[in-house]
Design a binder for this molecule. Structure first.
Ligand code: GLU
Length: 594
């Protein structure tokens, strides 16, 4: 076994590759990384794939990609994108089975662990019995009563078994935690827990203890949900004569409304959208919709055809088709399958709350902003400092400023941080980033704009982009056919078009020929024409003219600055759209009065 100087800080992030990296995991990784870097130590990535059924290579690759995107590079770990490797590998639990077995044998030989041959059915029955009698289930240690000959006979016949750790005694287990202080756990809350599963893989509890010791981990920083597990880990460490690392358990992350931030929120949001959509639909339509959703291959085809690749990666992870029964159980709230949530959301055109790192990337948050924000979830540098970069974090991070109370995930604050960071960029930086984002997630949008128009739009959108994605959504009218613009039926639209004398519609009718006659179609040429018109016909109130123009060309009251908007669209589109808006006047009045 390799050894390092015990005074050198070594932290590790040990995700299970069973799904995307969520904000909680990313925050843990960040704190481990920052602590190691702040103390000239090493940050290790270890993939805990002890649950073979739930682990996948795709999830592993995705989470390494997410860490790299966040700038959380590992000094040791799986090799990926030019980093990784190291002297303490393998860095996948599934490749360390011989190491675990050596220690399992040692514990059995020392009488500190034993094989147990009960079948899952027998254990389930015992658990149900305990439940009926209203007491907590604890394994009854029947296996300890087996004599050597019986054990050998079972082994010879190839009977499956697990290995259980023998709890040493009933004395309270003391864990010293850097965040929570001294924590005492009552061993009566646990039993002789399994350390080796019937498939020959260690349980998480066993693998983590062996790996942390053999990789010389000095500091274990992880989520509070592991605090009770830590009690098991210290018992194992003592039984094996291992060193005790420093523990720091990070508080949970909550939404501002006090609910726990979890991936279930995506399911909840998708169910809400589905139930609004299905509310008044007859049964046949519901059936038709469900079978449309189940045609998974078609969905992939549609996404590619429409170049809506935002969530393609999520579908690709789910390699099977969902059946109508899967959708039904999802809609009934029996499952929260994220793949189904995304399918429904995409089909209905609704956004789901961002929970996983990849959600934030797709939504156009900047990695440095997300890192900055994640660092504040349970830590603060003091002196009211809130905005900082990776270098600042490395310089200032320490465990003594980790906060014990729950962290609150405030999306508005994150959006405000992102907006500020976008506004602080040079126009070129924003252009390049926006272009890369659009190419990746909205290729059709880029293809439909000429390079000059794309550049103009990037310049016009920078100051109003909270994320790289929101202005793509609100800029769709730039690439639409003139006759595809739909006018929003809102009070604001109605007011801008219909109120006053002259009304917005009247202004549109009057200004249309002035714009149509303009030979030089640039912002600098359009601006004086509209200004002069509003001086002469709208008491100098530019808004009275600009807002109807904005609605005519975009269908809504939201767009980049009006002169830029008109310049980017081009004269022909502007005139066509004004003509169409005017032609729609009566119909609009009828429907908005209805
Ligand atoms: N695989 C565990 C998890 O993802 C690791 C916990 C730990 O850091 O020990 O939660």
């Amino acid at each position: 076994m390799s050894q390092t100087n015990p005074t050198i800080v070594r932290t590790r992030f040990a995700p299970s590759p069973s799904g995307p990296l969520h904000v909680g995991g990313a925050r843990t990784a960040l704190f481990c990384w920052a602590y190691a870097k702040a103390h000239d130590g090493s940050f290790i990535l270890r993939i805990e794939d002890t649950d073979q059924k739930r682990s996948s290579d795709a999830a592993c690759q995705a989470l390494m990609h997410d860490l790299r995107w966040l700038g959380i590079d590992w000094d040791e770990g799986p090799e990926f994108d030019g980093i990784g490797g190291g002297d303490f590998g393998p860095y996948f639990c599934s490749k360390r089975l011989d190491i675990y077995h050596k220690y399992i044998d040692q514990l059995i030989d020392e009488g500190k662990a034993y094989r147990a041959f009960e079948t899952p059915q027998e254990l389930d029955a015992a658990r149900s019995d305990a439940k009926r009698q209203k007491h907590n289930y604890r394994y009854d240690r029947s296996a300890l009563k087996l004599d050597q000959a019986t054990i050998q006979a079972y082994l010879d016949e190839g009977r499956p078994y697990v290995v259980r750790f023998t709890l040493p005694n009933d004395e309270p287990i003391l864990v010293r935690d850097e965040v929570r202080g001294e924590v005492t756990v009552d061993p009566k809350e646990m039993d002789d827990f399994v350390i080796l599963k019937a498939d020959g893989y260690p349980t998480y509890h066993f693998a983590v203890v062996i790996d942390d010791e053999s990789m010389n981990i000095t500091h274990i920083i992880r989520g509070q949900e592991h605090l009770n597990n830590t009690a098991k880990h210290v018992l194992l460490q003592d039984a094996l004569g291992f060193r005790r690392p420093v523990f720091a358990h990070l508080s949970l992350i909550f939404n501002p409304d006090g609910s726990k931030m979890s991936k279930r929120e995506k399911a909840k949001a998708a169910r809400k959208a589905a139930s609004a959509f299905l509310q008044s639909k007859p049964t046949e339509d519901v059936e038709a919709w469900l079978s449309h959703l189940t045609s998974f291959d078609m969905k992939i085809g549609d996404l590619v055809r429409n170049s809506q690749q935002r969530h393609l990666h999520l579908y690709q992870e789910v390699e099977h088709l969902f059946s109508p029964t899967d959708f039904r159980s999802f809609l009934d709230g029996d499952t929260d399958e994220p793949g189904i949530a995304h399918l429904i959301a995409d089909d209905l055109g609704v956004d789901l709350p961002e929970i996983d790192v990849q959600d934030f990337r797709v939504s156009g948050f900047l990695p440095q902003v997300l890192v900055n924000y994640l660092a504040l979830l349970g830590w603060s540098p003091g002196n009211d400092v809130e905005k900082f970069d990776h270098a600042f974090l490395i310089e200032h991070f320490d465990l003594d400023r980790i906060i014990k109370s729950h962290a609150k995930f405030d999306r508005d604050k994150l959006l405000a941080f992102n907006l500020d960071a976008i506004q602080a960029m040079s126009p070129k930086q924003f252009h390049d980033l926006w272009y890369a984002h659009c190419r990746e997630y909205h290729p059709k949008f880029v293809e439909k704009l000429s390079p000059e128009r794309f550049d103009m739009l990037a310049a016009a959108n920078q100051s109003r982009s909270k994320t790289l994605d929101d202005t793509v959504k609100s800029s769709q009218f730039f690439i639409m056919a003139d006759d595809a613009i739909e006018y929003e039926q809102t009070k604001a639209v109605r007011k801008a078009l219909c109120n006053g004398d002259p009304s917005g519609y009247d202004h549109l009718a009057a200004i249309k020929p002035l714009l149509a006659d303009l030979t030089d179609w640039t912002k600098d040429a359009i601006e004086p024409v509209v200004d002069k018109y509003s001086q002469e016909h709208a008491n100098g109130k530019l808004g009275k003219v600009a807002q109807p123009l904005r609605i005519a060309v975009s269908g809504s009251t939201v767009s980049p600055a009006i002169f830029e908007t008109l310049a980017i669209l081009g004269r022909e589109a502007v005139v066509n759209r004004i003509t169409r808006c005017l032609a729609n006047r009566q119909q609009f009045l009828d429907t908005s009065n209805a």
